[in-house]
Design a protein around this ligand. Structure first.
Ligand code: ASP
Ligand code: MG
Length: 408
């Protein structure tokens, strides 16, 4: 008999029929003798609807009130699921985050969990009752409801699994696992049986939106075995583990991620002298804009082109700041591009194998795809290319690294 935390996302809770389907899944696990603690999201679209309504009254209102409103989405679904479980013959009790006592810090709308009282949940499990806990929310030190940031129910699930020392945290969603790349771009993408936390973290931060990034960090830190599965199709899903023991058959690359949300700025013709990088990037940082990739090139005339990327949401502000700096430095000007994408290879196998970068660059070159920027980490290589080559680049790399269905 295992203790399993099961988190069901917004699509899984999207209608009364779907909630009854979730109840039947939970009932099946209970019938097999497992203890289950359920965590749920609001019905899909509900959190957006609630926040839109709040903003329509007062867009700059206090985040405490936004949280008060946003947290109601999950309060509805816990009650509905508890009713559906009762009907299915499973004893259940619903709890909001504050009722469990999921304690957070004071940063409303992006609160961090600090501790969890597990007594009630444990007592319920021992009494054969299935607790149904609202995801995405907790209680701040002053007793206010605080939410954990969008997608935060994943983090609730993982945090409860860690606190309860559960055998596994299962994240039920509308896809049947983590894929080698986005199947909408490469139909031959394959579900991975397993992936390491590190790789998952890279894929998640590069824009693969299966799990909230913080939940993966949390699971890695507390060594919670995490599984992503479909609510609608039975299958083993993808297990996210610590285990890095590789066997010879393991592919070197686990996945290919891409990010369309980048924009590129080049401060052209700046003098090549100490302090220039700080002079350009300092004001960007001061404006609270995060920089992703950086390239600096010294031209034949001894002047420097300094290129960096930022998130598209920060693009307009970044251009304004960079133009100002360029003027102060006596640079030639600022060139910009928003028609770019970042494509990344991710795999722990890179640590022990040379030649992955050159294989990547050769494959792209063979298709006539120009690489504009490159950055690497221990388990990742990213390139910036023109947006029009996104599909071609992803498919080319997917094939070149043997990730296609049926090849491993
Ligand atoms: N309902 C929240 C959201 O839409 C939390 C979640 O679903 O994970 O962001
Ligand atoms: Mg989600």
């Amino acid at each position: 008999m295992a203790l399993i935390v099961q988190k069901y996302g917004g699509t899984s809770m999207g209608s009364v029929e779907r909630i009854e389907h979730v109840a039947s899944k939970v009932a099946k696990f209970r019938a097999e003798g497992h203890q289950v603690v359920v965590v749920v999201s609001a019905m899909s679209g509900e959190t957006d609807r609630l926040l839109k309504m709040a903003k329509s009254i007062n867009p700059r209102g206090s985040s405490r009130e936004f949280d008060q409103i946003a947290a109601t989405g999950e309060q509805v679904t816990i009650g509905l699921l508890a009713l559906a479980l009762e009907k299915a013959g499973v004893k259940a009790r619903s709890y909001t985050g504050p009722q469990v006592a999921i304690r957070t810090d004071t940063s409303h709308m992006k609160a961090r969990i600090q501790s969890i009282d597990t007594e009630r949940l444990r007592a319920d499990c021992e009494a054969g009752i299935t607790p149904v806990v609202a995801g995405f929310q907790g209680v701040s030190p002053d007793g206010s409801t605080a939410t954990l940031g969008r997608g935060g129910s994943d983090t609730t699930g993982v945090a409860l699994a860690a606190a309860l020392k559960a055998d596994e945290c299962q994240i039920y969603t509308d896809v049947d696992g983590v894929y080698t790349t986005d199947p909408r771009v490469e139909p031959k993408a394959r579900r991975l049986d397993k992936i390491t936390f590190e790789e998952m973290l890279e894929l998640a931060s590069l824009g693969s939106k299966v799990l909230q990034i913080r939940s993966v960090e949390f699971a890695g830190k507390y060594k919670v075995p995490l599984r992503v599965l479909s609510t609608f199709v039975d299958g083993p899903g993808t297990l996210i583990t610590l285990d890095e023991e590789s066997s010879v058959e393991d592919p070197l690359i686990s996945g290919i991620a891409f990010n369309r949300d980048e924009a590129q700025l080049t401060v052209a013709g700046v003098p090549d002298r100490p302090g220039i990088a700080a002079a350009i990037l300092g004001p960007i940082g001061d404006a609270n804009i995060e920089i992703d990739m950086i390239v600096q090139n010294v031209g034949a005339d001894g002047s420097t082109d300094f290129t960096f990327t930022v998130n598209r949401v920060d693009y307009d502000r970044a251009v304004e700041v960079a133009r100002h700096t360029a003027q102060e430095l006596g640079a030639k000007g600022v060139r910009t591009a928003t028609d770019i994408v970042k494509v990344s290879l991710v795999g722990v196998g890179m640590r022990s194998h040379a030649g992955i970068a050159s294989q990547m660059f050769k494959a792209l070159a063979a298709e006539g795809i120009n690489i504009q920027m490159i950055s690497t980490s221990e388990i990742k290589i990213s390139v910036v290319i023109s947006e029009k080559y996104l599909e071609l680049a992803v498919r080319t790399l997917h094939k070149s690294f043997g990730l296609e269905a049926g090849t491993t």
